[in-house]
Design a protein. Structure first.
Length: 112
């Protein structure tokens, strides 16, 4: 029997994909910047951190504190990385979107 899946909202999915994307751990400002560049939409840093907290509660990402730096006034940066479940969820969501969008004539070519 399949385990019921908890679906991610659009921002949660974008944040999760942004956490998966870099080779090393990701951090809030980097995630927000990538989403803005990739989507062309502005995203608030606060909403990124709220989504990260939800993803962490769901077991899809983990967080860790880096070392404090003088550039950050002695504060440590919080880094995020995907869990095995997070990677699985990201792969499943991407595959689902590809299957859903495949063969839709309205998505091909120009809109004009």
């Amino acid at each position: 029997m399949r385990r019921p899946r908890e679906y991610l909202g659009q921002l949660e999915l974008m944040v999760l994909l942004s956490v998966v994307r870099p080779e090393g751990d990701a951090y809030g400002v980097q995630i927000a910047k990538f989403i803005e560049e990739a989507s062309g939409r502005e995203v608030s840093l606060a909403s990124v951190y709220v989504a990260l907290e939800r993803l962490e509660r769901k077991g899809l990402v983990t967080s860790s504190l880096g070392d404090p730096t003088p550039q950050r006034g002695g504060r440590a940066r919080t880094y995020f990385k995907p869990t095995a479940s997070g990677l699985k969820e990201a792969r499943a969501a991407c595959a689902t979107l590809k299957r859903l969008s495949g063969g839709i004539a309205g998505l091909k070519g120009s809109l004009a």
